[in-house]
Design a protein around this ligand. Structure first.
Ligand SMILES: C[S@@+](CC[C@H](N)C(=O)[O-])C[C@H]1O[C@@H](n2cnc3c(N)ncnc32)[C@H](O)[C@@H]1O
Length: 207
């Protein structure tokens, strides 16, 4: 199923530099988790919806990571990401998570999720779970920071992205699909300013 026609034109937003989600630095909850769990993330990592790739480079700097693929629908984002100095075995790819090439299927040891799940139309969430599951090896890890409550005075549920979710929905979609088991879930102590207490760090095992 293609992304909804109501989705933003992400590439236009990058070309216009209308990218309020881009904080110019890796996601603080990712750095928090890596700090508390050194040497846990290794092998081949996929970062769907990587934008300018700040998280990709943070992951590529880890000793046990052999490759990180930052995937994004927007060719402009991918081109901008590739302009950053290389830190490890990272690469960037223009592509659609929902139409992953066969060469990516079942090949990843980890997926790092950050503001891709909340960016897609909620009607595509089942597809998201299927796509991420399909990219991972059996027993591999999905680590993600999920934006539970991204709403503010200007942006309410039913508007455009970011779209919120609940812990119950995460369990419903990921666990009850029999595709993942949630093994860790907590409110990160480190967040970008304005997101404190609104996110949930979740680590799952691909079944
Ligand atoms: C809100 S932005 C977040 C970007 C980045 N994670 C960050 O925090 O800076 C959402 C990103 O997801 C990308 N995206 C949306 N749908 C996608 C899809 N189906 N496949 C790959 N990337 C997608 C968009 O192009 C955009 O870069």
């Amino acid at each position: 199923m293609p992304p909804s026609e109501h989705s933003p034109n992400w590439d236009n937003l990058y070309r216009e530099k209308t990218t309020p989600w881009d904080k110019g630095a890796p996601a603080p909850p990712l750095l928090e988790w890596i700090g508390a769990n050194p040497s846990q993330i290794g092998g081949r990592v996929l970062v769907p919806g990587c934008g300018l790739g700040h998280d990709v480079r943070a992951l590529a700097a880890l000793a046990d990571v052999t490759s990180v693929v930052g995937l994004d629908l927007s060719p402009t984002a991918v081109a901008l990401a590739a302009e950053f100095s290389k830190v490890g075995r990272e690469s960037y790819l223009t592509g659609d998570l929902f139409a992953l090439d066969d060469a990516h299927l079942g090949t990843y040891d980890w997926v790092w999720e950050h503001t891709c799940f909340c960016a897609i139309e909620p009607s595509m969430r089942e597809e998201y779970v299927r796509a991420v599951h399909g990219s991972l090896k059996p027993g591999a890890g999905l680590l993600g920071v999920f934006y539970l409550d991204p709403y503010d005075d200007e942006h309410q549920p039913g508007g455009g992205p970011p779209h919120g979710c609940s812990i119950g929905e995460l369990s419903e979609r990921f666990e009850r699909s029999d595709r993942f088991r949630i093994e860790e879930s907590f409110v990160p102590t480190r967040s970008y300013p304005g997101r404190e207490g609104l996110e949930r760090l979740v680590r799952m095992r691909r079944l």
